[in-house]
Design a binder for this molecule. Structure first.
Ligand code: SF4
Length: 474
């Protein structure tokens, strides 16, 4: 079958995939509800794969949303969706575990259940179907859109909750009891486990929640996200290296989690509190072996310049003959030493997020970055070497006016002006790429109750920016 050979081909190109014998083990289909090339770039998904397979009593295999041609093949042949490692149908697993990082993937959960010929609603699934669980950062924020389809959510950071969940499942020998009893035990004893079927929710006329009551006394009335504090466990890093992702043949390593900057729209800044940085001695000892086996490292951080040892780490990687890329920086704290190291790496694009064009609006969203600081960073970059610049902006922010939108244009033009001026004498000048995103107010942030801007208004703002910059080039 073509799908089987496609998956075998994928496996052959990978380094680090785990293939276990299923005998006597709990089987978990770890599902990323998007394409292989996207899921394999997701550090949380990769990390949970490692955590599950480290347990000798568990066999975990990966499943992805099939891409166009692959999807057509499934539909045409009427075959059920298969795992990558042993090409097993999903109905054969004890657990289906969804890893959810983006709300846009929620509909894909249903596509995957449908492709697996598993009833979508919890109430329609009999005992012979797998237990369906879900975790990941979007489930910390709002699991409710999926509450009718998922038997239980693991609310919290994977390193802590995934391990506790399966340890409890094994300790209480829950494979011998029915689903309801399994959920009752796990929901009662494991902090962070949320089983929607044990709660009764009523809604007011305006759609807001009127009451939220437990149906069983042992179930917590409020479920709190579980976090890894202190932050001293093993490094969160890729377990499988593959050429077929955005970060091809790159090992991803997390440097810090959360961010203390407090930007008011930013979910990462709120749900991952407190901000935590890996201990210096832990990172340097771990990098000894990471660099023995890998050449290219992707340093993952909400803001790498918050990490006090970033210059030393990037120097170490270069001295060992390695290469690195850094995800994003805060413009006001980008040092010349770090820039010099990046210049020696193969990274050619630097990403910043001014978020708003005007200083006024940046202060409203608590992005404490002046225009002067942004331009100083651009000058430092251009003087160091040739780089492309990627800039993130948000439109639809609270209190935003037309003038604020036009200030995005002004800021981009100033950045371009300084980039050209400071790059004089060079044959090439870096390109500026903009990513303009519409604000989706996120739960747990101070902006959570602000209404989203209307589609018409957002389109008009996009048009203003596009129209003004289309003749500028970059
Ligand atoms: S600096 Fe970046 S990661 Fe930190 S709170 Fe602001 S937007 Fe979020």
């Amino acid at each position: 079958m073509k799908i089987v050979s496609l998956y075998k081909d994928r496996l052959a190109k990978e380094r680090g995939a785990v293939k276990k014998d299923w005998g006597g083990k709990i089987s978990v289909a770890l599902i990323y509800p998007n394409y292989y090339r996207i899921g394999m770039s997701n550090l949380g998904f990769q990390s949970v794969y490692g955590i599950l397979n480290e347990n000798p009593a568990i066999v975990a295999e990966r499943v992805f949303l099939p891409e166009q041609e692959e999807l057509l093949l499934y539909r045409r042949t009427n075959n059920t969706l298969l795992s990558v490692e042993s090409q097993a149908p999903l109905q054969k697993f004890d657990f289906l575990a969804f890893s959810l990082s983006f709300q846009n993937d929620y509909p894909n959960v249903l596509t995957i259940l449908d492709l697996s010929k598993i009833p979508l609603m919890c109430k329609d699934r009999a005992e012979n179907y797998p237990l369906i669980i879900a975790g990941g950062v979007t489930t910390f924020m709002n699991p409710e859109p999926l509450a009718s389809f998922i038997d239980c959510f693991l609310i919290g950071e994977g390193e802590v909750i995934v391990k506790k969940f399966f340890d409890a499942y094994l300790d209480f020998q829950l494979s011998t009891v029915n689903k309801e009893e399994t959920l009752r035990v796990l929901g009662s004893v494991v902090e962070g486990v949320y089983c929607p079927s044990f709660y009764k929710v009523t809604y007011r006329e305006d759609g807001s929640i009127g009451s939220f009551d437990t149906l069983i006394s042992s179930i917590p009335s409020r479920v709190k996200a579980v976090k890894q504090v202190p932050f001293n466990g093993p490094l969160c890093q890729s377990k499988i290296i593959t050429p077929s992702t955005e970060f091809s043949d790159t090992i991803l390593v997390e440097l810090n989690r959360g961010c203390g900057a407090g930007c008011r729209f930013c979910a990462a800044g709120y749900v991952y509190r407190p901000p935590r940085i890996i201990e210096e001695k832990n990172i340097f000892s771990s990098f000894e072996s990471i660099l023995d086996e890998n050449t290219r490292v992707g340093l993952v951080s909400p803001s790498a310049t918050d990490v006090p040892w970033i210059e030393r780490l990037t120097s170490t990687i270069l001295e060992r003959g390695g290469d690195f890329s850094v995800s994003s920086f805060r413009a006001d704290s980008l040092t010349t030493d770090l820039l010099k190291n990046i210049k020696k790496s193969s990274q050619k694009t630097l990403t910043f997020a001014p978020e708003a064009g005007s200083e006024r609006l940046r202060m409203v969203i608590n992005k404490k970055l002046t225009t002067e600081e942004i331009l100083e960073a651009i000058i430092r970059i251009a003087r160091t070497g040739f780089f492309h610049i990627k800039l993130y902006f948000i439109i639809g922010l609270p209190t935003e006016t037309r003038e604020d939108v036009k200030d995005i244009i002004g800021l981009v033009k100033s950045i371009r002006h300084h980039l050209i001026k400071e790059s004089k004498g060079r044959k090439r000048i870096g390109r500026i790429r903009l990513s303009i995103n519409c604000l989706v107010p996120k739960p747990f942030t101070p902006f959570q109750w602000f209404p989203m801007d209307t589609v018409d208004s957002l389109k008009e703002k996009q048009k203003i920016i596009k129209g003004a910059l289309s003749d500028v080039g970059g």
